[in-house]
Design a protein around this ligand. Sequence first.
Ligand code: AMP
Ligand code: ZN
Length: 438
Amino acid sequence: MNFQYWHPEKEKMDRAALKVFQLGAVQKTLVRALKTDFYGKRLAEAGIKGADDIRSLDHIKRIPFTTKHDLRTAFPYGMLAVGKDDVLRLHASSGTTGVPTTIYFNRNDIVSWTGLVARSIFSTGCDRRDVFQNMITYGLFTGGLGFHYGGEEIGMLVIPSGPGNTSRQFRLMRDYGTTVVHATPSFLLHVESKMREEGVARENISLKRAFAGAEPYSEDTRRRIEELLRIDVFNSYGLSEMNGPGVAFECQCKNGMHLWEDAFFAEIIDPDTLEPLPDGETGELVLTTLSREAMPILRYRTRDITAFYTEACPCGRTHRRIRRIKGRSDDMLIINGVNIFPSQIEEVVMGIREVGNNYLIVVEKEGFMDRLTVKTEISLEIFKDDDSRVLNAIRENIRRTLQTAITVNPKVELVESNSLPVSEGKAIRVMDKRPKDV
Ligand code: AMP
Ligand code: ZN
């Protein structure tokens, strides 16, 4: 039989047993955190002296939140719970929101992180026979090495291609028979349009699956990638503060991401009141590491907006699933008083047939009012058609559908396919040009 990466004793753990395990792990993490300069001070201020202060999982509410700002304040070693000599590796955030933050790993941390990514990949149906092309940035970003080690742990052949250079990506796919790739959803869309442009025949590549993550995307975008490339796309969620990839991942059921609750204690809070919300309600995800040694983090405010599914997954894994990330509690746009998530705009735009693979949201001031412009790429054939009535009809359809969804009337600009900037990392979809101090 093929070697398979599958740990039912962990992944199908009875929920009562899982909770007992979590309480012990929270207590251990707390004790470890108390050793650090940062938490030593922070927890003392909150009157928390040791494990005795957290005697049930409910008591976790007594622990203050940790934020990205705290990680920067504690830079470089204020959150380190082991000696510097025990640290094997560091990664730093790609800076989704400003200055990068640094995370340190000791040997055990690397082993457990690798296990989580391997478990995630295996849950999608991959095994050692797969050839895995990791089309994501290697280096300080966690997606490269995180997936690389996870893939090797399963026994797959891992091609460390990194992103970019689509012609080379196609060549690697053909030469080595790539069956699975990892990329951002926007890069996958770019790959698909390049494939058409370069005349790469789908029959000549053996691609079956893709892991897509690192940025928010809609169900429509997933479906679009799946249909165009004729593959299964699995949502992958992680953040550097919690290792990187391997925090939550879609299994073969492709309906919500199992959040690995033996490695992370998860809460959903109301981002305004900061109070924990009941299961099923939408709010901000807050995570506590349960096994990290070098850099334990308590109640980290991810800023990511999601909700737990309340029903069990047909795959049998007992770890709860989170919904697709709706946006961040800090990327919300307020346009003439209306709150809008960029993901809402994407959902509409990507649901329209004529729209190509890229779009850009621009917010500006026009007099005293906010002006929202959505630039969308339109396929070359339609553009070449040069029939202004056709273009006007498409533009008007996008505008009307958007207005219904977001209640703000946007200006819609149609641009040629592949004319908007493509980034190899996280796509920049929003340009907020409004003066900041108004
Ligand atoms: P980084 O620390 O640079 O890896 O960025 C982590 C952030 O990327 C998360 O907090 C999310 O906001 C975003 N992110 C990662 N994976 C996903 C995903 N599958 N869907 C939506 N957003 C994601
Ligand atoms: Zn499942």
